[in-house]
Design a protein around this ligand. Structure first.
Ligand code: GLA
Length: 386
């Protein structure tokens, strides 16, 4: 009984042996100090899905599954040290399988949209799965958010992590080439959650990997993100048409509701009479980070004054999508039976710009054989009491 329920989680955990795994009443096992694994459910094809609980030295706890690399829960302390869950999600695998707006998931091969689900590359035209009207969104019908990743927990000093690996076959969702992808999550002892994305391919293909966690820093009982104060150091953004596809322009934020260079509440201009707010149904836009260096730089900072929680996003990507949860409509029942109303979570998706394969003036997203795709994004948590 015991052995049949032990999950294989890779060899990176220092000193891990089966006999070293402790099993609690709920069948979870300690894989290494700070990381336990339990069963999250079974996919329709019979494959078992795991849920890893990562307990950082700083007191933060992350629960993450190898289905889509989904972060199911993530706690952070408020200014009084009270840990609360700050991400949206579901209690069980069935709910994620039934319908999820990419809650907490790894997004790939291409985060965001590719117009008309088509692009030309090296003289050939490729047609992708159209899963958002006539457009391609977040990797297609079964993107990287809906695949089962191999997961290997590891420790690095006091920091705890998981390496997720997935090989995307040639032609998957219409993309050329076999793509070997690896995403490393690391929860550090100083309250940072780091994502390192790596990929290689055997044929030229677009790649744009990101993470789609929805945050509400006010905690699980909060029904709105409109009071959160946001800062994005971007002088420009990429305006979109009514189908959310970039027009190709790089537009100044000056004098528009897209100007977040000085911290301002998300709700203050979200109803503004503005063509871009209308096209995005609120904020659903890619910001062009003013610091275009390929080193880690600040991409966003969010403060919730009620709890005092602060989240900072750093990345070496050139852009960040700010999405204000405009498609949440009160129909999804989340963790603990909590219904997620309109704009009750926000996403800050670091990325290359949407529709880059069709936009010659945007930085290229094409990965070629022999090249290594490597990007990093870090969410850092602190409070206004520090
Ligand atoms: C992204 C997109 C949004 C929406 C959400 C998922 O952030 O930019 O338009 O599709 O994902 O609902």
């Amino acid at each position: 009984m015991f052995l049949s329920r032990v999950l294989v989680v890779g060899s990176l955990v220092a000193g891990l042996t089966l006999s070293g795994c402790k099993q609690s009443m709920d069948q979870s096992k300690i894989m290494s100090p700070g990381i336990t694994v339990s069963e999250f459910g079974v996919l329709p094809d019979g494959r078992a899905v795991s849920l890893f609980t990562v307990q950082s030295a700083s007191g933060m706890e992350m629960r993450v599954t190898n289905y889509g690399g989904i972060i199911v829960s993530l706690t952070a302390p408020d200014r009084n040290g009270v840990q609360e869950d700050i991400v949206l999600g579901f209690d069980n695998l069935e709910a994620y399988l039934a319908s999820s707006p990419y809650f907490g998931a790894i997004i790939g091969r291409y985060g965001n949209r590719i117009g008309k689900a088509q692009f030309d590359l090296d003289g050939a035209t490729y047609t992708l799965a159209a899963n958002n009207g006539e457009n391609h969104l977040h990797g297609g019908i079964a993107g990287f958010d809906k695949v089962l990743w191999d997961a290997a927990p590891f420790t690095s000093g006091e920091d705890l992590g998981l390496v997720f690996s997935y090989t995307s076959p040639d032609g998957e969702e219409g993309y050329p080439g076999t793509l070997t992808a690896k995403v490393t999550y690391l929860l550090t002892s100083d309250s940072r959650l780091s994502f390192t994305y790596e990929a290689t391919t055997d044929k030229a293909t677009p790649v744009n990997l990101t993470q789609h966690s929805y945050f509400n820093l006010a905690g699980p009982s909060s029904d709105s993100i409109l009071d959160h104060e946001l800062m994005i150091p971007a002088d420009h953004f990429t305006p979109i048409d009514a189908g959310f596809i970039p027009t190709g322009l790089i537009q100044s934020v000056e004098g528009t509701p897209m100007d977040f260079r000085t911290p301002i509440s998300i709700g203050s201009r979200i109803q503004a009479e503005d063509q871009q707010i209308a096209n995005g149904l609120g904020y659903d836009h890619n910001f062009v980070l003013t610091d275009s260096s390929s080193s880690l730089k600040l991409a966003a900072r969010v403060l919730d004054r009620k709890s005092g929680r602060i989240m900072e996003v750093t990345t070496n990507e050139p852009g960040i999508q700010f999405y204000a949860g405009n498609f949440l409509d009160g129909t999804l029942i989340g963790k603990g039976g909590h219904v997620y109303p309109y704009r009750s979570g926000f996403c800050l998706e670091t990325q290359h710009f949407p529709d880059s394969p069709n936009q010659p003036t945007f930085p290229s997203t094409i990965l070629r054989p022999g090249d290594v795709y490597a990007t990093q994004t870090v969410y850092s948590f602190s409070t206004d009491a520090e």
